[in-house]
Design a protein around this ligand. Sequence first.
Ligand code: BDP
Length: 724
Amino acid sequence: MKSFIVSFLLLVIGLTSPITQASSIVTGEDGYRLWMKYDLLQNKSLRKAYQKQLTKWSVVGQSETSQIIRDELDYALSGLLGQSEPAGYRSANLVVVTGRLATRWIPDLGDELSKLGDEGYIIRQVEHNNKSVIVVTANTDIGALYGTFNLLRLVQTQTPLDAVDISSAPKTKVRVLNHWDNPDRHVERGFAGESIWDWHKLPHYKYQKYTDYARANASIGINGTVLNNVNADPIMLTPAYLEKVKALADLFRPYGLKVYLSIKFNSPATLGGLKNSDPLNPQVAKWWDKKIAEIYQLIPDFGGFLVKANSEGQPGPGDYGRTHAQGANMLADALKPHGGIVMWRAFVYANEKNEERSKQAYSEFKPLDGKFRENVMVQVKNGPIDFQPREPISPLFGATQETPMMMEFQITMEYLGFSTHFVYLGPMYEEVLKTDTYAKGKGSTVGKVVAGEVYDYPLTGMAGVSNIGSDRNWTGHIILQSNWYVFGRMAWDYNISAEQVAEEWTRMTLSNKSAVVKKVTEMMMLSHEATVNYMTPLGLHHIMGTGHHYGPAPWVDDLGRADWNPVYYHRATKGGIGFDRSPSGVNAVEQYFSPLKEQLADPKSTPEKYLLWFHHLPWDYKVKSSGRTLWDEIVHRYYLGVDQVAQISQSWDSLQGQIDPLQFKQVQMANTIHLKEAIWWRNACVLYFQTFSQRPIPPGLDKPQGTLDTYKAMEFPYAPGQGE
Ligand code: BDP
């Protein structure tokens, strides 16, 4: 009887339980492992070849970094090849060795290594004692770590190693992520959860994620991290927080990752109780001296400071009538004896200046060339305004012979669809880095300027505003991991192509099947252009929603500052659209070198992608590439953008069953949002601009759904990532 009751109850529970079909337990790739998956290689013949070449390995060295290399090799090779055997250096087929000892395997090494500097490396197949050995060597253990990651990348992407011979050294010295993370874990412009730094639990509680973060950065050559927001909270410089910073620095050190902090310029007054924070006040300089000594006491290899000053309400030397150079130099002098640097941001603009916003950074910093100390870099955003989906280059690149311009890219997608739009930023970074400034004649590309190859800068660097958060998959969207990845790869080598990086990232993260690699690479390469098309085609810019920057709001005209309003930027009237920055307008083109200056001065020679950035043109203006009127062309591009997103989404759907189901589903869900939002962008913008153009939607295109009023009425008080 008892067993009958039990069976009956079980039956009832079974019938009412929703778990009837597929299991609710899902395992698979959730994105945590990033591009360091190391799953067993499916290509058997290659796997066999690698097993012969790599299974028996030896890492010569005793440092913490050497141990990290051992751990990584063991973990990676066991995974990729199903075999890993630490061996003595005599019997090993793979040897990782630092410094002159390498001549034991490469007797004719000469000064090859010394030319590669502190971070470069060589990976070479040699004959040694009648057997083939692969040698990874560098001047330092960190260089050897980078080399090891490169070797693993070759295996992960199934590149044969026979006769491998690679020498590589970074083209820029400082390759840093900028975290816009606040002490309360809110990330300004962050769309992947909270800050990964749990300040409250530091210094004692150290998540494994911190170590994995350092590993991931080392794997792509990133060698620094600015832990906190440029809109800095002075609390970061208090003793309690410096202990927390130290805990992270200690974890990151063996991965070659230096720690930097953003500082608030008025800290001497707010934290130190001084009367002011004037950089020429000796008390102020003294306060910084002491504070900096305190930091180095805790963190002997501390990197230095990132400073946002006199920008968007932040305090700065201008508050005391001093220049940016005077402010930066005061900090640089205090950091110098410890080896620290200052990254001083050029993102400054003010309403009161009576100069068009896109021109202000140049006007402010160009005259200061030569006035900065040797341990200062000026960190400038890639475009003259502000991380728009597409901008021409900032005219500051190439304009300063003595002051290093450091590149600042945004990796997080503040203006590009947050973390639900499928946008690979490689093509955008490449477009910027390969643009010719003509600073010293043809071929003076932005990449070369930044790398100190046009002018011999004492310091060089690239910064990327991080898209990392507490989300399990780090970046909120699997595909957006590739933006962290490509930033690192291009900071190391500005010459590398976005396509090559897309392909290698796909192989490491999604699949090595060539059909999948081809498809995903194509989607990635299309994605940035698609986004520009449905958001801001033909050089339109800054027409996003107020404050949060989510979605379209080209109609906004009531913000406190003229240059915060979308209408300031697109200037649509019944007569036409676009911003006249040519000599007949605000003449922003004068800040560029010839022949770029002349090219951009004339709508006929301006690349169409920047047309409305530099020119105000009538709606009937004939667009060269298509022969359409400007109005028709704008509308066509908005529609094209949506079609391209639909194409990406369908293409992704066709991969079902060919990649991990969890990865597949995450991206598929995001694609649904992406398409919906692309349509929203298109409809809202086309309807709005139509009120000026008063022209019909060109034949062959559907009428946009909805009414302008409904789009205008949309509000998003809780959109993620908002600023202060
Ligand atoms: C803007 C962001 C703002 C940042 C600012 C900056 O909206 O949150 O503080 O850039 O770079 O694009 O300082």
